[in-house]
Design a protein. Structure first.
Length: 221
């Protein structure tokens, strides 16, 4: 019915990365979904924007709907091999992290993006916000055993200005700039307690933990 469900990240012409929990409500019937690529304003058709059908949904086999662990999925777009989404100055795939890459050490410059809830309604235009990654210890103290080694957390813990992802942002990217190089998708927006709540940073699926799985499913070298 054309409603915004989740964000996603293009990782090749035919595959997007998102969160497994995005498919909780409507199941994994591919006919229930379309992927919009190159969009900025949700109500304005743009030059680079494409709406592409879904050929296949692959959720991580360890994901359980009653848990937040392994919250990662890949979506194969409809189209011939490597000719699904058209690349342009506005549509390019994000880079994947190295398997053991630790963004805290290399990337102070991190952002989240999405069309999610801004407090009044879902945003019509793509929002972005700079967000600090937090040490693993901080996340474990906040979330105890619910926080696993396959997760990252990010947000402003002490400050008055709370930057966070919210409803509608799920599945979208936590991206960091590799110094002098490229934008890397380190996290997939997964869960948290409320939106922008003090001492409750957002939690993201840690993409580096799943790079071998992603490369096998999406046939990436």
């Amino acid at each position: 019915d054309g409603r915004l469900l989740c964000g996603a990240t293009l990782i090749s012409s035919c595959w997007v990365l998102t969160a497994a929990h995005c498919f909780k409500r409507y199941g994994n019937n591919t006919r229930n979904y379309v992927v919009r690529v190159g969009d900025y304003h949700t109500l304005v058709p743009e030059e680079y924007e494409e709406e592409i059908g879904v050929q296949e949904i692959v959720m991580h086999k360890e994901y359980r709907p009653d848990s937040s662990d392994y919250d990662i999925a890949l979506v194969r777009l409809q189209g011939p091999e490597e000719q699904c989404a058209r690349f342009s100055t506005h549509v390019l795939p994000a880079c994947l992290p190295l398997r053991r890459e630790r963004p805290q050490k290399t990337s102070p410059n991190c952002f989240i993006t999405g069309w999610g809830d801004t407090g009044r309604a879902y945003s019509r235009t793509l929002q972005q916000a700079a967000i600090p990654l937090l040490p693993k210890k901080v996340c474990e103290e906040r979330y105890k055993r619910r926080f696993t080694g396959r997760m990252l957390c990010a947000g402003n813990v002490q400050e008055q200005k709370h930057v966070d992802s919210c409803q509608g942002d799920s599945g979208g990217p936590l991206m960091c700039e590799r110094p002098g190089e490229s934008w890397v998708v380190y996290g997939v927006t997964s869960w948290g307690y409320g939106c922008g709540v003090k001492d409750s940073p957002g939690v993201y699926t840690k993409v580096s933990s799943f790079v071998p799985w992603i490369k096998i499913i999406a046939s990436l070298e």
